[in-house]
Design a protein around this ligand. Structure first.
Ligand code: SAM
Length: 300
């Protein structure tokens, strides 16, 4: 069954008395080359970096199974989490030929991720691969990075996902680019982000209003960034970007109202930064140094 054929998609949905739901960010792929390429990018990276284990993958939002079908042909074990209960009987049919897949009907954002990973994959290395629902792209990515963390790094091998092109540009930006923001700095603490390819709206049903991009977050096995306290790092990043048009000093002093502006100014200049610098000029290593100073200040 060609799960990317528009006629097939419409017929399957109608047979099950359902249709695509905007509220769940449902834009299904209708060009089979796209799920093929996404799965291939995810799997090739996984086997190059995890040579000795049975490859495992987590998919968020399988829809009717177009990408899942490609993942099942490559990975040993596929676990997918789909929020829409009307799609579960459809997936049971479209994926019936595979014995290596489990379909879980849950809201991914509400899953206790550490326990979930242990239950479904044990200690095996896992990659994430998905065509993400755009209304919750950032919360999903941050959950994957923050909740699957162990010993200062994210537990996944890589996260290969389709996102809106604009989000991809933000994720791939450097501190020299206007797209650089809190999410860029946060994600680059955990790994490198690589843009793979763009996908035009006409490749989906229904067509979204914007172009999409497939990116891969390649997680560090050894984190090259060191920081005394990760919680402080993420609050300093949030504070630095809380008021984008303000200087780093003004943005941080509104955010950390319990620390005096003079003390924050002293921290900024002690690191060799101009007092008028803006948050978007700081690299992740700069944020780590800044966070260490804030952490020391907290211990006083
Ligand atoms: N993978 C399919 C494809 O590529 O054709 C569908 C992708 S569609 C863009 C996003 C999918 O995520 C939908 O199936 C939607 O129901 C599901 N979804 C939306 N919110 C979710 C959530 N919170 N947890 C799990 N799945 C969710």
């Amino acid at each position: 069954m060609n799960l990317c054929n528009l006629g097939v998609i419409k017929r399957i949905l109608a047979e099950h008395g359902t249709d695509t739901k905007k509220g769940f960010g449902q834009n299904f792929l209708i060009n089979p080359q796209i799920p093929f390429d996404i799965a291939e990018e995810s799997y090739c990276y996984h086997i190059q970096n995890e040579k000795n284990d049975a490859p495992c993958v987590l998919e968020i939002g399988p829809g009717i199974g177009a990408l899942t079908n490609e993942l099942c042909q490559r990975y040993e074990r596929v676990v997918c989490v789909e929020i829409d209960k009307t799609l579960i009987p459809i997936l049971d049919t479209t994926l019936s030929e595979y014995s290596n897949v489990s379909i879980i009907n849950e809201d991914f954002l509400k899953l206790p991720l550490q326990d979930f990973l242990k239950e479904h994959f044990g200690a095996a290395p896992v990659s994430v691969c998905a065509n993400l629902p755009y209304y919750i792209t950032t919360p999903i990515i941050m959950k994957l990075l923050e909740e699957a963390r162990s010993e200062g790094r994210c537990a996944f091998t890589s996260i290969t996902v389709m996102v809106q092109k604009e989000v991809a540009q933000r994720l791939c930006a450097t501190e020299k680019d206007s797209e650089y923001g809190a999410i860029t700095a946060s994600v680059s603490y955990y790994g490198r982000v690589k843009k793979l390819f763009d996908v035009a709206p006409g490749n989906f049903h229904p067509a979204p209003s914007v172009t999409s991009s497939v990116i891969r977050i390649e997680l560090y096995k050894e984190n090259p960034h060191s920081v005394k306290d990760e919680k402080t790092l993420f609050s300093v990043i949030a504070g630095a970007f809380a008021q984008r048009r303000k200087t780093l000093l003004n943005s941080l002093s509104s955010y950390f109202s319990h620390i005096s502006k003079d003390a924050i100014a002293e921290i900024i200049t002690s690191l060799g930064f101009d007092i008028n610098i803006r948050g978007e000029r700081l690299s992740v290593d700069d944020f780590c140094r800044l966070a260490d100073k804030f952490y020391e200040e907290k211990q006083k």
